[in-house]
Structure formats: structure tokens, C-alpha cells
Design a protein around this ligand. Sequence first.
Ligand SMILES: [Zn+2]
Length: 441
Amino acid sequence: MSDVTTVLRGGTLLTLNASLDVLDDAAIGIAGDRIAWVAPGAAQPEVPPEATVIDMSGRLLLPGLVNTHTHLPMSLFRGLADDLPLKEWLEKHIFPAEAKFINPESVRVGTRLSVAELLLGGTTTCADGYSHANVVLSVAREMGLRGVFAQGIVDAPAPGVPDPSLHFTVLRRHLESRALGGVQVPAVFAHAPYTCSRETLLRAKDLAREYDALFFIHVAEARWELDWCRREREGLTPVRYLHRLGLLDSRTVLVHAVHVDEAEADLIAASGAGISVNTESNMKLGSGVTPIANYLERGIPLGLGTDGCASNNDLDLFLEMSQTARLSKLASGDPVKVKAADLVQMATRGGAKVLGLDRDIGSIEPGKQADIIALRLNRPHAQPLYNPYSHLVYSASAADVDWVMVGGDILARDGKLLKADTASIRREAVEWAGKIRGEQG
Ligand SMILES: [Zn+2]
């Protein structure tokens, strides 16, 4: 094919296509931002002489990872308050710190730090929810990260929105940025059923529908939320309540969904809504174990999220895959049901489906966007390699990622970002941490 501009040759390729084909000594032809062809060694099409050929031998190639839940600016709060229950952590530490320190400049600095961490760890798409989402989106655009960037909605004042009556004005302005195009799209994030009134939730979903935007919500994260909702929200558990309000559909993403019974899982499955599983955050806050096997059985779209750096405390999807697999087995006493390949699918094609981006990303197939990562396999923990899915979930680490492409653009090589100055990103974050530490003390 004459319009092929780049060819990746060699290595083991996990396509993550519908039949999960794994090709040895593969080649991928890339034309502009898209994948033109994928071929095993013997069947490679002729490569035009002007194309750049990149040798990937000795590497494992797979689609860029998809993180379905982040709060990128919160990397500035990494390690600020740990070892606390969710409610106390949020109300006594996180909300006050946000009120004091979050502004467009700190959001820019925290987001740059997070995007650098994501890209270097092989994540090429993320779904974020925060205040000043326009700033988060523009940093992602500058640095080349694909994703869905949602403006947060609560009933209380929030950073950048001191008057709660202005939340919807700010949200609408953010959603209008969709008209600018690009691979970073705006969305809506209603914080939770316990921080948003019925009216706020309905209005937020209406606005999301008006702009065909995704609607995210934290739901059924901690056990106390069930009793609270039964008491304060029409006698219903959180998922039943959202269902009664008509908020569940294929453009809704339920974040956490830890405490969900079988009947609620049926409601979610019938609605087409997706779920972001955030195991490490749930483990660290002692929230509970997400019933992944129940969701997989029902074919509910499942993605993996790290949550924000204040509750994880990293954006590493390799650790998230590993912890999710291990915890599911430990909690259920069943080592069989949730498999390594399930986790890799959640971190790629599953996450893409949750975000409604599966036509463009999530697998390496002709016609899809060229979002591709490569892992080096030359370190002791990476050999021998019998099964690439097991390798990715049980022994690989984010530090093994040494090459990253988003939409045909090479953003990292040899484990280093090519289009961003990592040292200055780190320096700015450390300066902000100094201010936060100074005022906290
Ligand atoms: Zn969250």
C-alpha cells in the first residue's frame, strides 16, 4: 500500500482483535494516524521505499492502554493523606486541599505530571473527571494523550466554581469545546449520588445527551453509601436509584460499582452502561471488592481505572491489572474465573468500549488509530515468556514500556518522552508540593 508511512517490523504482537490473535514476527503498516495493515512475517505487503521501518524485534507490542478513570490534577496530592476511610479522607483532607490549592495553574502542573506518567507507562487514552476540565483537556492535547475529559459537577462550590449555581454554565461551555474536534473530547462527571441532588443528576445527564457526551458518576464505591442512599434517596440502593432516574444507558460510565447485587448487575447489563473497575483505589480505601466475574458473565463493558493519584497513588495500569486479577482470585477463592487475558482486554478493547471509542482504538487492526506500545523483554523478570497475557498481568511492569505511539505519532522512545520536558514537568510539581506542604504544616 503506497500511502504507508511507517512500518513496525518484528516482535510479538497482541492484536486484541475479536479473536485475540497473537502474531510472532509481525509487521504493522501505518498510514498517517491509522493502521493500514497487520501481517505475520511471511505475508508482509511490499513496503514503499520512502516508509520509515522501525525494528521491534525482541519486543512485545500491544494496543495503547486505556485508563477509564483518573483525576489527573490530583497527582499534586500524591501521598498527602493516606491510610484513612473514604469519607474522612474526602471531607477532612481532599476537599479542603482542593479548595485551597486547585486553580488553573496547579491543574496544568498536576495534569502535565500525570500525562507524562501515563504515556511513559503505556497508557495512551484516559477518561478524566475534574474541575477546570478545559485546562486538563488542553494539556492532554498539547502532550498528545487521547481521551475523554469530563467537567465535575456537585451541588457544593468547587474549584473554579465558587457559586454552585454556575456549575451548569461552566459545564455547557466545556461541552461546547467538542466543536473544535480533535481526539480529546469533553464529557460530564456527576460526582456521586451523595453529593448531587436528583435535580442535578437529571440536568447533568440531559446536558450530556444534548452534546452526545459521556456521563460518568462514582457509584456504590463504599458500603456506607448503600445505607445512606436507602435513607436519603427514595429508599433505593445507588444503582437502583440511578436506574429509576433513567440515567443508565450506553453513554453512562459507572465508576467503582463495588457494592452491586445480582439484580443491579442485570439492570446495568440491560442498559448498556459500562463500568470502570478501580481495584487499587478500592483496596487502599478499604472500599471492597468489585464483582468482576458477575460483570464478565453478563457481558457488561468493563474497563480498568487507576482513580486519582491521591487514592492509588499512581497511574500504573500494569499494577492495576495485576492487583485486580490477584484480588478477584483471593476474594472469591476461585483462581479460574477471572483470567489474565480478561484483564488485558479490560485495559485495552474493554476500556475502549466503555468510553464508546471502540471503533477507533482498543485493538491493532486495519482502520483503527495507530495507538501502539512496545515493551522490552530484555530484563530478567521478563524471561522466559510462554504466554504474553500472563506476562503482562503477572510479571511485566510499566517501566518495561519503552516505545509509545498515539495516532501515528511517536511520543516515547527508549522510555523517554520525545515531545515533553520531563525534568521541567517534575520540577514544577515539586515546587507546587512545596507550597502545599508549607501551608498544610
Ligand atoms: Zn474517582
